[in-house]
Design a protein around this ligand. Sequence first.
Ligand code: GTP
Ligand code: MG
Ligand code: ZN
Length: 349
Amino acid sequence: MGCVGSVNDDMRPNLLALGWNQTFEDAAQKIDSSLLIGRVSRLDRGWSTIKMSASPTEIGNLRVRNIGADVAVGDWVAFAENLERIDHVLPRCSALIRRASSDAVRAEQHAVAANIDTVFIVHAATNESNQRRVERELVLAFDSGATPVLVLTKNDLQDAPQHIAELREVARVCGIECHVVSGLTGEGLDALAKYGENHRSVAVLGASGVGKSTLVNRLVGNGAQQVGEVRDGDQRGRHTTVAADLVPMPNGGWLIDTPGLRALNLWTSGRGIERAFADIFKLAELCKFRDCKHEDEPNCAVRGAIAKGEISIERLESMKRLVAEELALEDEQKVRVRLSNRKGMRKIN
Ligand SMILES: Nc1nc2c(ncn2[C@@H]2O[C@H](COP(=O)(O)OP(=O)(O)OP(=O)(O)O)[C@@H](O)[C@H]2O)c(=O)[nH]1
Ligand SMILES: [Mg+2]
Ligand SMILES: [Zn+2]
């Protein structure tokens, strides 16, 4: 999983520091060799900022128009020397994708970050963070193909030990690491820096105000990412970060700071839900009926666990909501395929 791939002698050495590997090299061999290759670090209104390097130690930025190209921060792209447009986006080895609009007709996917090895799911270690959001973010992160890691920050505030224990449990049941840290004091950050070793890339995901940019600044060692106050009443952030940004870590890794998104709707999926709710899926194998809905069927192992207080009813309901969201999206996609086929038929006729 993730994007760390094999590194061989015949690869472009100047791109290694940016996270290049043999899979990208193989893809690049198939395109016009006169094109330049770089990695997208930022997108602004039709322009991509692209990191490139002439030698392994010097990395510079270029700006290229991304007319017609569907690019995300973290993508590897090929473009001509005149910098007029992006010609190719290399196949991604992972991507964090959400649904951009809740409008059924225009539902589109939006790639938040591409070619990442790890997703930091960041929550504040205070009572404001919420388990339902962690579950949703876990599904997205598992589906990205990268490895999710739960990061509970603002631990210097020390005001919610019970809450930390609950979120640790969520991480444990789906088999991911959990780190309790502080962006203010620097506590626990060495463990996070490790995820950047070997030029690996980490996307930083979480609601506005949880402290993503503060963490990124600490891990990067400068104040490049703007940090914003949270509101007094509800501790919500002010959407300080407005665009994703690929920034270098001192150990050679890459962090993608992202804007805190209000709505994080699912885009389809592989096995994200199954992995984020591994405890429920495992129990479901013990239910009497194969197609048990865990409602009022006899000998339902999931209901049994709820009765014993091993799983909360809220967690089961949360899973069902996410499953329904995903099914609805699949239905919409089928309808859209049918409509576009019909349009195609009309053209032929
Ligand atoms: N006490 C404490 N405050 C923190 C910590 N990390 C961040 N903060 C504060 O929380 C507020 C929000 O931090 P940001 O880093 O801007 O949050 P963000 O997640 O990047 O927010 P958006 O960019 O809006 O998505 C700021 O006032 C920070 O100073 C921490 O570890 N401890
Ligand atoms: Mg921010
Ligand atoms: Zn059941």
